[in-house]
Design a protein around this ligand. Sequence first.
Ligand code: ADP
Ligand code: MG
Length: 410
Amino acid sequence: MPADPLDILRTTFGFPAFRGVQERVVARVMAGDGTLAVMPTGAGKSLCYQLPALARRGTAVVISPLIALMHDQVRSAEAFGIHAATLTSADSDRDETMRRFREGELDLLYVAPERASNPGFRELLRLTELSLFAIDEAHCVSEWGHDFRPDYRLLRPLLDAFPQVPRLALTATADEHTRADILQQLGLPQDGLIVAGFDRPNIQYRISPRDGLAQQLKAFIAEQEGAGIVYAPTRDATERLAAQIAEAGRPTRAYHAGLDPAVRAKNQRDFVASEDMVMVATIAFGMGIDKPDVRFVAHAGLPKSIEAYYQETGRAGRDGEPAVAQLFWGAEDFARARKRLGEVDDARVAGERTRLNALAQLVETSECRRAVLLRHFGEHPATTCGNCDNCLSPPATVDVTTVARKLLSA
Ligand code: ADP
Ligand code: MG
C-alpha cells in the first residue's frame, strides 16, 4: 500500500503542515507528472523530493551541482532518518554506496551532473528501482540562468532513458525566460510549472551608492543586532574588510575559496553557532548553510544579477523575523560588468545585457525596491511595501514630484 504523504510529513519530518506550494509539488510527483518547482530560498524545496522519495517505491536520484551542498543535504536527510548517500569522487565509500544502491537500501542518491550524464552511471541505475529524478538548482541547465553549467545539458538523455520515472526540477531563481528554457531542456510539460510567491516581507531592502565603503559598512553593522553576512567581490576584499570590521570589536570571520579548507570549515561552524558574528565572504559562502537567524546581509558591490541578489539576500531572516539587506554599489561596478560583456560569446551577450539593465533599474529606482524585485520575477506586487529604503524615506526627487503633483491637482 503506498504511504500517505501527509502521514510521512508528520511522522518522518515532524512538520504539522505543508508550506505554500509544497503540497501541489508533492502531489504532482506522486502522480508521476514532470514538474518544475520555482520556490524561493528557504521555502522548503528539499522536502518536495525527499517526501515522494519515501512515499514511492525505489530510490530517488538527486542531481546537485556542488559536492559540499550534497553532503549537507545527506546530513540533513539522515537527521530525519532518511537513507541517503552521495556518489562523488570525494567519497571513499563508493563501493559501499553502490552496494546499498543495488540492494535498494537507499531512499536518496545524490550525484553531480557530470557523473549522472555518464553512460556507465545509466547502466548502474538499471540495477534497481527508481522513484524519481530530482534536478536541484535546475537554472544551471539554461544559458539564460545566471549560473549555466554545460553538464546539466547532458542530463536529458539520462532522463529520457527512464521515461517512466517522474522528473522534478527545482530552482529558487528563474525569470520567465529561464523557466521556459528549463521546461524545454529537461523535457517537462508546459503545465508542469509551479511557482511560489517570491516575497520575503520580513526582509528590509536598502540600496545606497558607495562612498567610503569601510566606514559605511562599519556604521551599518554597528546598527545591526545579530549575525550577518557581508558579500565582498574578491578574496582580497574579503580579508581586508573583515579586518576593518573586526576593528569595531565585532566578532568577524572571512570565507573564500582560497582559504585552507580546515580554516574555511571552522569559520563556517563558528558563524553558524554565533549570535552576533559577521561573516565577510565571497559568494562561495551561503549555499546549503542552514542558519535561519541571519539578521542581515550586506553587499559591498553589485551582485551578478537580480537572481543572485535575491538568493544572497534571501539568506537573511529565514526564521521569518525582521532582517535587513543592504547593498552598496558604485558606477564602476557597472563599468566592470559592461567590460566583461565584451568577453563573453555572442550568444550570451543579450542575456548578460538584460541582466545588467535589470540590476541598474533596481539600484537606481526611486520606486519601491520590493515592487521592482517582484515584478522581475513575474509577480504583480503592490506599488509600495513599507519595508524598503524608498518606501521608508522616499528619495528627494520623489518628494519633489509628489509635492509638484499635489500642487498641480490642488
Ligand atoms: P530551500 O532548498 O528551498 O532553500 P530547504 O529545503 O533547505 O529550503 O528548507 C528550508 C527549511 O524549511 C528547512 O529547515 C526545512 O526543514 C524547513 N521546512 C521545509 N518544509 C517545511 C514545512 N512544511 N514545515 C516546516 N518547516 C519546513
Ligand atoms: Mg535547497
